[in-house]
Design a protein around this ligand. Structure first.
Ligand code: KPL
Length: 317
Protein backbone atom coordinates (compact mmCIF):
# COMPACT_ATOMS: atom_id res chain seq x y z
CA UNK A 1 0.00 0.00 0.00
CA UNK A 2 3.06 2.16 -0.44
CA UNK A 3 1.34 4.02 -3.26
CA UNK A 4 -1.29 5.42 -0.97
CA UNK A 5 -0.48 9.04 -1.66
CA UNK A 6 -0.07 8.43 -5.40
CA UNK A 7 -3.69 7.45 -5.18
CA UNK A 8 -4.68 10.63 -3.40
CA UNK A 9 -6.76 11.75 -6.34
CA UNK A 10 -8.57 8.43 -6.33
CA UNK A 11 -8.77 8.16 -2.59
CA UNK A 12 -12.55 7.86 -2.49
CA UNK A 13 -12.30 4.74 -4.75
CA UNK A 14 -9.30 3.50 -2.86
CA UNK A 15 -11.13 3.40 0.43
CA UNK A 16 -13.99 1.39 -0.98
CA UNK A 17 -11.30 -1.26 -1.32
CA UNK A 18 -10.68 -1.17 2.43
CA UNK A 19 -7.02 -2.10 1.99
CA UNK A 20 -4.59 -2.24 4.89
CA UNK A 21 -2.40 0.81 5.39
CA UNK A 22 1.27 0.60 6.46
CA UNK A 23 1.51 2.62 9.63
CA UNK A 24 4.43 3.37 11.93
CA UNK A 25 3.70 4.83 15.34
CA UNK A 26 6.50 7.10 16.52
CA UNK A 27 6.35 7.22 20.32
CA UNK A 28 4.28 4.31 21.65
CA UNK A 29 3.43 5.87 25.01
CA UNK A 30 -0.12 5.53 26.33
CA UNK A 31 -1.86 7.27 23.42
CA UNK A 32 0.44 5.83 20.73
CA UNK A 33 0.03 2.28 22.07
CA UNK A 34 -3.75 2.67 22.23
CA UNK A 35 -3.88 3.64 18.55
CA UNK A 36 -1.37 0.93 17.63
CA UNK A 37 -3.65 -1.77 19.10
CA UNK A 38 -6.86 -0.43 17.55
CA UNK A 39 -5.27 0.15 14.12
CA UNK A 40 -3.85 -3.38 14.12
CA UNK A 41 -7.20 -4.83 15.23
CA UNK A 42 -8.75 -3.08 12.22
CA UNK A 43 -6.33 -4.94 9.92
CA UNK A 44 -3.61 -2.38 9.25
CA UNK A 45 0.11 -3.17 9.19
CA UNK A 46 1.34 -1.39 12.28
CA UNK A 47 4.90 -1.13 13.51
CA UNK A 48 6.38 0.93 16.32
CA UNK A 49 9.36 3.25 16.53
CA UNK A 50 10.77 3.79 20.00
CA UNK A 51 13.67 5.68 21.54
CA UNK A 52 15.70 2.58 22.20
CA UNK A 53 16.78 0.15 19.50
CA UNK A 54 15.83 -2.93 21.57
CA UNK A 55 13.68 -4.99 21.69
CA UNK A 56 12.87 -5.65 18.04
CA UNK A 57 9.35 -6.81 18.95
CA UNK A 58 6.84 -5.58 21.49
CA UNK A 59 3.61 -7.21 22.69
CA UNK A 60 0.86 -5.05 24.02
CA UNK A 61 -2.46 -6.08 25.46
CA UNK A 62 -5.29 -3.65 25.34
CA UNK A 63 -7.14 -3.62 28.68
CA UNK A 64 -6.21 -6.25 31.24
CA UNK A 65 -9.16 -8.53 30.31
CA UNK A 66 -8.25 -8.65 26.63
CA UNK A 67 -6.72 -12.07 25.98
CA UNK A 68 -5.53 -11.20 22.51
CA UNK A 69 -2.21 -9.53 22.77
CA UNK A 70 -0.92 -7.49 19.87
CA UNK A 71 2.56 -8.02 18.58
CA UNK A 72 4.47 -5.24 16.81
CA UNK A 73 7.85 -4.97 15.17
CA UNK A 74 9.93 -2.20 16.72
CA UNK A 75 12.42 0.11 15.02
CA UNK A 76 12.23 -1.86 11.80
CA UNK A 77 13.79 0.35 9.12
CA UNK A 78 12.04 -1.46 6.30
CA UNK A 79 8.61 -0.80 7.81
CA UNK A 80 9.53 2.85 8.31
CA UNK A 81 10.78 3.25 4.75
CA UNK A 82 7.56 1.76 3.39
CA UNK A 83 5.09 3.39 5.72
CA UNK A 84 2.15 5.26 4.21
CA UNK A 85 1.40 6.98 7.50
CA UNK A 86 3.78 8.02 10.24
CA UNK A 87 1.64 8.64 13.31
CA UNK A 88 3.68 10.84 15.66
CA UNK A 89 2.51 10.56 19.25
CA UNK A 90 5.61 11.73 21.11
CA UNK A 91 5.21 14.73 23.42
CA UNK A 92 5.47 18.19 21.84
CA UNK A 93 8.96 18.79 23.22
CA UNK A 94 10.20 15.50 21.74
CA UNK A 95 8.85 16.07 18.21
CA UNK A 96 11.98 17.67 16.77
CA UNK A 97 14.56 15.30 18.22
CA UNK A 98 12.47 12.18 17.52
CA UNK A 99 11.37 13.01 14.00
CA UNK A 100 14.21 14.86 12.26
CA UNK A 101 16.65 11.90 12.24
CA UNK A 102 13.97 9.72 10.60
CA UNK A 103 13.05 12.09 7.78
CA UNK A 104 15.83 10.97 5.38
CA UNK A 105 14.41 7.43 5.54
CA UNK A 106 10.87 8.43 4.58
CA UNK A 107 9.26 8.69 1.19
CA UNK A 108 8.10 12.24 0.44
CA UNK A 109 4.62 10.74 0.12
CA UNK A 110 4.50 9.44 3.67
CA UNK A 111 1.73 11.24 5.51
CA UNK A 112 2.79 12.75 8.84
CA UNK A 113 0.05 12.83 11.46
CA UNK A 114 0.85 14.61 14.73
CA UNK A 115 -1.08 14.06 17.94
CA UNK A 116 0.13 15.73 21.14
CA UNK A 117 -0.89 18.27 23.75
CA UNK A 118 0.07 21.87 23.08
CA UNK A 119 0.90 23.93 20.01
CA UNK A 120 3.99 25.24 18.24
CA UNK A 121 6.04 22.06 17.87
CA UNK A 122 5.16 21.53 14.20
CA UNK A 123 5.69 25.18 13.27
CA UNK A 124 9.22 24.87 14.64
CA UNK A 125 10.10 22.13 12.11
CA UNK A 126 7.85 23.24 9.24
CA UNK A 127 10.70 23.80 6.78
CA UNK A 128 11.86 20.18 7.26
CA UNK A 129 8.49 18.53 6.74
CA UNK A 130 6.48 20.68 4.38
CA UNK A 131 7.16 18.39 1.38
CA UNK A 132 5.10 15.69 3.17
CA UNK A 133 1.34 15.78 3.57
CA UNK A 134 1.06 16.93 7.20
CA UNK A 135 -1.96 16.52 9.47
CA UNK A 136 -2.66 17.39 13.08
CA UNK A 137 -5.01 15.72 15.51
CA UNK A 138 -6.39 16.14 18.98
CA UNK A 139 -8.21 13.46 20.93
CA UNK A 140 -10.20 13.10 24.11
CA UNK A 141 -9.69 9.31 24.38
CA UNK A 142 -8.24 8.39 27.74
CA UNK A 143 -5.33 5.94 27.84
CA UNK A 144 -3.13 4.69 30.64
CA UNK A 145 -0.02 2.58 30.26
CA UNK A 146 -0.47 0.27 33.24
CA UNK A 147 2.77 -1.57 32.54
CA UNK A 148 5.19 -1.73 29.64
CA UNK A 149 2.89 -4.34 28.06
CA UNK A 150 -0.61 -3.28 29.12
CA UNK A 151 -2.68 -0.37 27.89
CA UNK A 152 -5.91 0.62 29.52
CA UNK A 153 -8.48 2.50 27.46
CA UNK A 154 -9.74 4.63 30.34
CA UNK A 155 -12.36 6.64 28.49
CA UNK A 156 -14.01 6.68 25.10
CA UNK A 157 -13.49 9.95 23.30
CA UNK A 158 -13.60 11.84 20.09
CA UNK A 159 -10.75 12.69 17.72
CA UNK A 160 -10.48 15.68 15.42
CA UNK A 161 -8.04 15.60 12.49
CA UNK A 162 -7.23 18.29 9.97
CA UNK A 163 -4.59 19.51 7.57
CA UNK A 164 -1.45 21.45 8.46
CA UNK A 165 -0.49 22.08 4.82
CA UNK A 166 -2.04 21.97 1.34
CA UNK A 167 -1.12 18.33 0.61
CA UNK A 168 -2.44 17.37 4.04
CA UNK A 169 -5.73 18.83 2.91
CA UNK A 170 -5.99 16.02 0.33
CA UNK A 171 -5.90 13.34 3.01
CA UNK A 172 -9.47 13.44 4.26
CA UNK A 173 -9.69 9.72 3.43
CA UNK A 174 -7.70 9.10 6.63
CA UNK A 175 -10.87 9.93 8.51
CA UNK A 176 -12.29 6.58 7.28
CA UNK A 177 -9.15 4.62 8.16
CA UNK A 178 -9.21 5.99 11.69
CA UNK A 179 -12.99 5.80 12.05
CA UNK A 180 -12.88 2.04 11.35
CA UNK A 181 -10.19 1.65 13.99
CA UNK A 182 -11.06 3.95 16.89
CA UNK A 183 -14.19 6.07 16.40
CA UNK A 184 -15.36 8.75 16.45
CA UNK A 185 -13.33 10.86 14.02
CA UNK A 186 -14.14 14.31 12.71
CA UNK A 187 -12.37 15.90 9.74
CA UNK A 188 -11.92 19.60 10.45
CA UNK A 189 -10.15 21.76 7.84
CA UNK A 190 -9.89 24.47 10.53
CA UNK A 191 -8.12 22.16 13.00
CA UNK A 192 -6.37 25.13 14.65
CA UNK A 193 -9.64 26.10 16.33
CA UNK A 194 -9.90 22.64 17.93
CA UNK A 195 -6.21 22.79 18.93
CA UNK A 196 -6.63 26.23 20.51
CA UNK A 197 -9.67 25.03 22.47
CA UNK A 198 -7.73 22.01 23.75
CA UNK A 199 -4.80 24.28 24.60
CA UNK A 200 -7.13 26.59 26.55
CA UNK A 201 -8.42 23.62 28.60
CA UNK A 202 -4.87 22.40 29.22
CA UNK A 203 -3.77 25.92 30.34
CA UNK A 204 -6.57 25.91 32.93
CA UNK A 205 -6.11 22.38 34.26
CA UNK A 206 -2.57 21.10 33.77
CA UNK A 207 -0.32 23.63 35.58
CA UNK A 208 -2.67 23.96 38.59
CA UNK A 209 -2.98 20.18 39.05
CA UNK A 210 0.79 19.85 38.77
CA UNK A 211 1.52 22.64 41.26
CA UNK A 212 -1.06 21.41 43.81
CA UNK A 213 -0.23 17.75 43.01
CA UNK A 214 -3.95 17.01 42.95
CA UNK A 215 -6.44 15.09 40.82
CA UNK A 216 -8.35 17.08 38.20
CA UNK A 217 -11.49 16.93 40.37
CA UNK A 218 -9.91 19.00 43.13
CA UNK A 219 -9.93 22.03 40.85
CA UNK A 220 -13.68 22.27 41.43
CA UNK A 221 -13.07 23.30 45.05
CA UNK A 222 -14.05 27.00 45.34
CA UNK A 223 -10.61 28.39 46.31
CA UNK A 224 -8.72 26.67 43.46
CA UNK A 225 -11.64 27.11 41.06
CA UNK A 226 -11.16 30.88 41.40
CA UNK A 227 -7.67 30.42 39.95
CA UNK A 228 -9.08 28.29 37.12
CA UNK A 229 -11.48 31.12 36.25
CA UNK A 230 -8.71 33.74 36.34
CA UNK A 231 -6.58 31.62 34.01
CA UNK A 232 -9.55 31.32 31.66
CA UNK A 233 -10.12 35.09 31.61
CA UNK A 234 -6.57 35.69 30.39
CA UNK A 235 -6.69 32.79 27.94
CA UNK A 236 -9.95 34.12 26.55
CA UNK A 237 -8.34 37.49 25.73
CA UNK A 238 -5.71 35.70 23.65
CA UNK A 239 -8.34 33.51 21.95
CA UNK A 240 -10.23 36.63 20.91
CA UNK A 241 -7.11 38.11 19.27
CA UNK A 242 -6.55 34.77 17.51
CA UNK A 243 -10.12 35.00 16.13
CA UNK A 244 -11.27 31.91 18.00
CA UNK A 245 -14.94 32.44 18.67
CA UNK A 246 -15.61 31.12 22.13
CA UNK A 247 -17.43 33.07 24.82
CA UNK A 248 -15.56 33.25 28.12
CA UNK A 249 -18.55 31.69 29.88
CA UNK A 250 -18.44 28.74 27.43
CA UNK A 251 -14.72 28.29 27.99
CA UNK A 252 -15.16 28.24 31.78
CA UNK A 253 -18.10 25.88 31.49
CA UNK A 254 -16.14 23.50 29.20
CA UNK A 255 -13.16 23.53 31.57
CA UNK A 256 -15.46 22.72 34.51
CA UNK A 257 -17.09 19.92 32.48
CA UNK A 258 -13.66 18.40 31.76
CA UNK A 259 -12.72 18.76 35.44
CA UNK A 260 -15.85 16.89 36.45
CA UNK A 261 -15.63 14.23 33.68
CA UNK A 262 -11.98 13.50 34.57
CA UNK A 263 -12.28 14.18 38.31
CA UNK A 264 -10.52 10.93 39.31
CA UNK A 265 -7.68 11.40 36.80
CA UNK A 266 -4.32 13.04 37.23
CA UNK A 267 -3.46 15.41 34.38
CA UNK A 268 -0.49 14.61 32.18
CA UNK A 269 1.49 17.52 33.66
CA UNK A 270 0.70 16.32 37.16
CA UNK A 271 2.10 12.90 36.22
CA UNK A 272 5.16 14.40 34.53
CA UNK A 273 6.00 16.37 37.69
CA UNK A 274 5.22 13.38 39.91
CA UNK A 275 7.54 11.14 37.90
CA UNK A 276 10.17 13.90 37.65
CA UNK A 277 9.89 14.18 33.87
CA UNK A 278 10.10 17.24 31.64
CA UNK A 279 6.61 18.74 31.12
CA UNK A 280 4.77 20.15 28.10
CA UNK A 281 4.54 23.63 29.70
CA UNK A 282 6.51 25.37 26.90
CA UNK A 283 3.97 24.19 24.32
CA UNK A 284 0.89 24.85 26.50
CA UNK A 285 1.17 27.93 28.74
CA UNK A 286 4.46 28.90 27.05
CA UNK A 287 2.73 29.02 23.66
CA UNK A 288 -0.10 31.10 25.14
CA UNK A 289 2.39 33.59 26.63
CA UNK A 290 4.20 33.89 23.30
CA UNK A 291 0.93 34.73 21.53
CA UNK A 292 -0.16 37.09 24.35
CA UNK A 293 3.11 38.99 23.96
CA UNK A 294 2.63 39.27 20.19
CA UNK A 295 -0.83 40.73 20.78
CA UNK A 296 0.33 43.02 23.61
CA UNK A 297 -1.92 41.29 26.18
CA UNK A 298 -0.87 41.08 29.81
CA UNK A 299 -1.25 37.56 31.29
CA UNK A 300 0.26 37.72 34.81
CA UNK A 301 -1.53 34.64 36.20
CA UNK A 302 -0.45 32.37 33.38
CA UNK A 303 3.07 33.82 33.63
CA UNK A 304 3.18 32.95 37.33
CA UNK A 305 1.98 29.40 36.63
CA UNK A 306 4.52 29.04 33.82
CA UNK A 307 7.36 30.16 36.08
CA UNK A 308 6.22 27.86 38.89
CA UNK A 309 6.25 24.83 36.58
CA UNK A 310 9.65 25.78 35.16
CA UNK A 311 10.92 26.07 38.74
CA UNK A 312 9.45 22.66 39.57
CA UNK A 313 11.08 21.16 36.48
CA UNK A 314 14.44 22.62 37.47
CA UNK A 315 14.19 21.17 40.95
CA UNK A 316 12.94 17.78 39.77
CA UNK A 317 15.12 17.04 36.78
O1 KPL B 1 -5.54 16.66 28.34
C1 KPL B 1 -5.50 16.55 29.55
C2 KPL B 1 -4.21 16.20 30.15
O2 KPL B 1 -4.14 15.66 31.25
O3 KPL B 1 -3.19 16.47 29.49
C3 KPL B 1 -6.73 16.83 30.37
C4 KPL B 1 -7.85 17.27 29.44
C5 KPL B 1 -6.45 17.92 31.35
C6 KPL B 1 -7.25 15.63 31.09
O4 KPL B 1 -6.49 15.27 32.18
Amino acid sequence: MFFLVNLLHFSHYFFFLDLPVNITILGPGAVGSLWACYLQKAGHNVSLWTRSSTPSELSLSLNAKDNSSHSFSCNDKDSLIHCDLLFITVKAWQVESALLPLLPLLSQETILLFMHNGMGAIDAIKAHINHHPVLQATTTHGALKESSHTIKHTGMGHTVIGPFNASGNQCQFLQNVLEHSLPSIEWNPGIDIALWKKLAINCAINPLTAIHQCKNGQLSQPDINQDVIHVCTEVHQVLQKEDIEWEEIELVSMVNQVISATSENYSSMNRDCFHKRKTEIDFITGYLLQKAKQHGISTPINETLYNQIKQLEENLL
